[in-house]
Design a protein around this ligand. Structure first.
Ligand code: GDD
Ligand code: MN
Length: 379
């Protein structure tokens, strides 16, 4: 007979964004399923606008098994789950969506598996493996994209999973402790992020289930989430050498260069403005464009909005101005030391880009949002 471990306490971590109608149903179903166990539900809400928080407060007042975290000014499925785990004292953390698409009836089996097998580290609800797995009524395109993402993901993985995109899984606390600092915490793919960050194969068991169709509320998965997924993979594969956000930053810069030349060409050749004025205008246009592109792509997670945009733009222009000086100084130094002109020029541009990236990351997208947020708080 197999050795059984003592009953493990469990926190069900439930990320939710505008899921008002689903929250009470989830609680009711968990209560019915987990009666014989020490458990709690931890809802992590990112400042929903549909009145979810009132629903959560009422439930938490009435029910000792229900608590919630309310994150203001922040977004993200992965980071929501990680923060939920960070507030819990349980032995096992299970992550489940709030929209009832995950079949909660397999939870008791998943949790019991940890007691049956003391070396088990990860239990995954999977839509692809074994009997009973399935994706419900997904469109062909969604099935294709999901499979493609699955196959791409296996390039970087050590733990074999049939459904690494699954948002329905349970881990032992130790796995969280060992991986959380290596995780990017960005985007949707928390399980993949965790498995990639573990640096070793995790002892895993899969549980097939049928992905249900959403009844209330709407999906938050969009094209940007798709990009975040590619970003996560690139970060895990190449991130040790060059930060992926730097590469994105340089690509944004190249788009700016293109725009610069186009503006210069139009103003100088066709409109007939003096070269210096045309060049100055083109430089400004490129800077504004770079700022906006970086704000909505490269630094999407810390994006500046509304009244913070103008101070951000001005700081960005000042930093890039200094960057240009650094660039010219560096290339001049190299050139005077008999380095070929093209190499000196390119090296100067690279040094300038690194400067712009490093300083604007710290000032425009870290420090500035912090102080502006604090100064706008009611006293
Ligand atoms: N706190 C928080 N913050 N919760 C969020 C956020 C966020 O930014 N974005 C989404 N959620 C919550 C939703 O409220 C829902 O409970 C859950 O996370 C999943 O979001 P959906 O928008 O319903 O995602 P989906 O059904 O398209 O994606 C599902 O399938 C993917 C695989 O194809 C999820 O299970 C994903 O985890 C899974 O990767
Ligand atoms: Mn969903």
């Amino acid at each position: 007979m197999m050795e059984m471990e003592a009953p493990q306490s469990v926190s069900i971590i439930i990320p939710c964004l505008n899921e008002r109608e689903n929250i009470p149903i989830v609680v009711e179903r968990l209560e019915a399923l987990l009666i014989h166990r020490k458990w709690e539900a931890v809802f992590v809400d990112d400042d929903s606008t549909d009145g979810s928080i009132e629903v959560l407060m009422n439930l938490a007042r009435m029910k000792p098994h229900v608590r919630f975290i309310r994150r203001i000014g922040r977004r993200g499925l992965s980071s929501a789950c990680l923060e939920g785990m960070a507030t819990s004292v349980a032995d096992i953390f299970a992550v489940m969506d709030c929209d009832l698409q995950h079949d909660e009836t397999i939870l008791p089996k998943m949790l019991a598996a940890f007691e049956e097998n003391p070396s088990l580290e990860l239990a995954v609800g999977t839509r692809y493996a074994g009997e009973g797995g399935g994706v419900g009524n997904w469109s062909k395109a969604r099935v294709f994209i999901s499979r493609l993402a699955t196959n791409l993901g296996s390039l970087a993985r050590k733990t074999e999973l049939s459904d690494p995109m699954s948002g329905f899984f349970a881990i032992r606390r130790e796995v969280f402790e060992q991986t959380v600092r290596q995780m990017t915490g960005k985007g949707f793919k928390i399980l993949l992020d965790m498995v990639l960050s573990a640096g070793r194969p995790l002892k895993t068991r899969e549980f097939a289930y049928q992905f249900r169709t959403r009844q209330h509320g709407e999906s938050k998965l969009d094209i940007v989430v798709g990009f975040e997924y590619l970003y996560l993979l690139a970060d895990k594969i190449f991130g040790r050498f060059v930060p992926v956000s730097f590469v994105v930053y340089v690509l944004a810069g190249l788009s700016g260069l293109f725009l610069h030349l186009a503006t210069l060409g139009i103003l100088f050749r066709y409109v007939g403005i003096a070269f210096v004025s045309a060049q100055l205008t083109a430089t400004l246009v490129a800077m504004v464009s770079n700022f906006l592109v970086n704000n909505s792509v490269t630094f999407r997670q810390q994006r500046l909005k509304g009244a913070m945009l103008l101070p951000g733009l001005l700081a960005y222009i000042a930093i890039c101005g200094l960057g240009a000086i650094v660039n010219v100084q560096a290339s001049e130094y190299l050139f005077q030391n008999h380095i070929p002109w093209w190499f000196a020029g390119a090296a100067g541009a690279l040094v300038g880009a690194v400067w712009n990236y490093a300083v604007s990351t710290q000032i425009v997208w870290t420090w500035l949002p912090g102080i502006l947020r604090n100064s706008s708080k009611p006293k």
